[in-house]
Design a binder for this molecule. Structure first.
Ligand code: URA
Length: 235
């Protein structure tokens, strides 16, 4: 047959059904490989050349998606309330390995969020050694003091409860109560805590860029997503 994946393994890997249910899918002729209906769940296939219900297998080489996270949903598989995963195709969640967010954004933060089923990519992107820059735009409920630029750039700001100071970060003040901050690490609630530390609590927060990828260039409205090539993050 020429492929290297069992048909039942393929159907469960990509979230169509369990391995047990695969026999019924095959029996009904729903799986076609190189123009012929697959006869047995154990038949080996090349995933890129399979059609299921007449459609190619989505994200056959791994799922890499850029999502415009709206406000009010949580980056978690478990928590109460609306989850980012509730806003995405259900079949993604049935894939095995499953789909996860690459890092997190707070419930009340919007903006660029990556999702993947590639654990190595997720790990590489979130590794503290990698320092992928992330850019946030924010507004505050009090004026941003001009000294914040130097304080953030100095690499000596110690946040409450932390053992090491924040890495140098670039702050651009764009209005009395508005700015853009570039971080090279990702600590819990970092943007909010850094701005609170200089007396300018964050009111709204949006991540606009991760490495070379800019939300504005992707043209995504909140709740929309697009596939990307992970090579854009290779150095
Ligand atoms: N910093 C925050 O405070 N919140 C986020 O969601 C991301 C960075």
């Amino acid at each position: 047959m020429g492929g290297d994946m069992r048909t039942d393994a393929l159907l469960s890997r990509y979230g169509y059904c369990s391995r047990r249910e695969a026999a019924a899918w095959v029996k009904r002729g729903r799986v076609v490989y190189r123009g012929n209906a697959v006869k047995s769940p154990s038949d080996k296939v090349e995933p890129a050349e399979v059609l299921v219900d007449g459609e190619p297998v989505p994200f056959v080489n791994g799922l890499y998606v850029a999502f415009h996270k709206p406000l009010g949903c949580t980056c978690s598989h478990r928590e109460e309330g609306e989850l980012v995963y509730d806003l995405l195709p259900e079949m993604w969640m049935a894939r095995n390995p499953g789909v996860n967010t690459v890092g997190r954004l707070d419930k009340e933060t919007s903006g660029l969020l990556l999702l993947t089923d590639d654990g190595k990519f997720e790990h590489a992107m979130t590794s503290p050694r990698r320092h992928v820059p992330k850019v946030y735009e924010f507004t505050t409920s009090a004026p941003i003091p001009a000294e914040a630029v130097e304080i953030f750039a100095g690499g000596e700001l110690l946040l409450q409860g932390e053992k090491s100071p924040c890495l140098p970060a670039e702050l651009e003040i764009t209005g009395e109560c508005a700015g853009r901050l570039t971080l090279h690490e990702g600590r819990y609630h970092q943007v909010r805590r850094m701005l609170a530390a200089v007396g300018a609590p964050v009111e709204t927060l949006c991540r606009v860029q991760i490495g070379p990828m800019r939300l504005a260039e992707l043209g995504l409205a909140p709740g929309e997503w697009v596939e990307f090539d992970p090579k854009v993050f290779e150095k």
